[in-house]
Ligand binder design. Sequence first.
Ligand code: FES
Length: 118
Amino acid sequence: MEFVRVARSGQVPDGYVRRFYAGELEVAVARLRGTAYATSNYCTHLDCLLSSGKLVDEGIGCSCHGSVFDLESGEPVCPPATEPIRTYPVKEEDGEIFVGVTEQDLADGGPRRRGAVG
Ligand code: FES
């Protein structure tokens, strides 16, 4: 596992989620109650972008059909999603956000939109 710098801390204000890349790996980085979290950017329901979603008290909410995922465990806490999203360890140092990924994660590019054309 290595920690890859993905953003400046100021790019993810409290209550926001944004898309970043660790190498080829697409991640959603969110900040809830001051703490930064990194997850897969694709909802496990029908692959909507979680970086287009909204943070709620319980975690990250998908804007498409309202699934909510816990930011630490990735578990769905509101339906319709039933499968967890991937979560990645996060470190913040000197105003920068680092996401912990494996070589395999970087090589695979992580979960992507299934069945997308092109
Ligand atoms: S795609 Fe996220 S709730 Fe349906």
